[in-house]
Ligand binder design. Sequence first.
Ligand code: AMP
Length: 659
Amino acid sequence: MSGHEQDNFDAKPSPGEESSPVETDGPIDPVDLIVGIDLGTTNSLVAVADARGPRVLRLGERLAGDDQEDDQEDLVPSVIRYAGEVVEAVGAAAAADLKIHPTRTVFSVKRFMGRSYADRRKEASVVPYSVVEGPRGLASVEIDGVIRTPQQISADLLSHLRDQASAALGQAVKRAVITVPAYFDDGQRQATRDAGRLAGLEVVRILNEPTAAALAYGIGSRGAAETIVIYDLGGGTFDVTVLEVMPPDPDDAEGESIFRVLATSGDSHLGGDDFDRVLIRDLIDEAIAGGDGTDRARRLAILREVGARAKIALSEADATRLVLDGSGVLPDVDRVLTRAAFEEAARPLVDRTLDACRRAVKDAGLEISKIDRVVLVGGSTRMPMIREAVEQWFGSPGYVALDPDRVIALGAAVQGSILAGVRRDALLLDVIPLSLGLETAGGAVAKLVVRNTMVPTKAVEMFSTSVDGQVNVALHVVQGEREMVADCRSLARFELRGLPPMPAGIPQIEVTFNVDANGVLGVEAVERRSGRRARVQVVPSNGLTREEVAQIEADSYTHAREDMLVHRVVDLAVNAALDVKWIQEALARVRDVLPASTTESVESHLAIVEEFIASARKDPRSVDADAFHAAKESLDKASMPVHEAAITRSLRGDGTEAS
Ligand code: AMP
């Protein structure tokens, strides 16, 4: 284990248009360029940070014809294939043909970094490539008679990453921060450093992965000292780290925060793969029991894949269907898997992670109540059961705003930018630079937290629905100073689902915006009657520069009058639509008792107002707010007799019930 490391609104039933933040990026001064590299067991990533904040580079190594998701391009499989002295393929290309060249393709080499062969004999026996005792007793890999140490193999991976990153940035990458697990000993750290050097990189720092995760969230850049836990559940490993964070000395302009590892714990053989297995345990048992060796391997490979897919589906849905077309090797299967059953079956696995948390907190000499916050890292922390367990155990929701697969690379880039001196320009403020709000009916914005509010801060507001019987409510969190969503920056969308059907305006949806000391925004929506709740978390300052903030502020002044008018038109349209609906319904009920002239007058007024509503929905800027308001007032006046007749009828009880 390492020691010190100095190192009244209506929520909309459907989503509207999303405003897109500016995505362009000028090159970083070459002298300042220090990339962050997450050299992972399974995947590796490269990120950079500039005034806009950290971002992972798309390394454009997409394979022709593969169906990789767009957003997966930035994850490079830590897989490499050799032919004698030659590197034959790296990354996705090597991973794709792993089964064709099992003995020449190296993966998970990180498990052997800086370790002796004697130490890693067991790990060595489960990989298809040949692990031998190399120089100085180190675990090494032999392919076609060529022996390579894990650092040489990592160097080949890093060279590939360096070249790809240089191409992506359009400038040569020479300096890097590389991350390692907190439990890496000196030998393993040195091996990682050597790998960087062999790849022609100046390794300006070896950074602990948990520290990187904390940096990505801006922890330690301001405020008081904190004790945090990093809960990292990946595909095959679980690591928990207790970190003490001390913010920089305010008198020292160049000062850095200090991150001290207080304790680590975990399980090197507990991860997402185990969750896949519990989901289809019976099928796996059957597959193991029957058939010959090759059959068994094939079946297990198929089952692993469907298991993982079903598990990922259950992170979003309450149930998923598992269909297996036996095609000879497996039985036909068609069953529904529920999240509830999955969670029950996986409970022992979750408990094992919590046991490790307990050990780590105890080893750190702390009580759980002393932990200020938990950061979630690793793809498996997308499972709701993990988020809930962590929240319950630690007593507060964990940080999940950043992508758990990318947070380490992002933090490494932040460290790189601090070391390069770029970070000084970053948006790390004690106040909220831009207002935070929620989209309301018609595409207007209700601001809950106004700009320049000090952090931490909290705001609560009640909202309702605009459509009868709405069971799902879409919430859209935005940032900016303008009145309309289209002129603001979209931060996040989420849904409050499963509301009991109620007439429009009846549900009471309490929305809370909570910005903590690190600038992380948590938004929670609760429907009072049913208790249904949903939430989302974001880092609002990500992707924004000071110049942009200033521009957004200036724009809000320029457009203030126009914005106010548009907002008024949108509100008028929402209210008028409810009036029109009510008047039409009432008119249908009492038409028989009204003189034709009254009916005709009301109908013509309705038509005028409906036209205004239609124009407002199409383009609120084209509508004259005063004329719209006048038309609505006239309709209200003209429809008085309808109103009176409806009330009379309902009092006499001789008609359909008045609303
Ligand atoms: P990592 O090693 O951090 O990339 O984590 C990979 C693991 O995360 C694998 O076991 C994946 O199946 C798992 N994973 C990725 N996305 C999800 C998701 N949405 N729900 C549950 N597990 C996921």
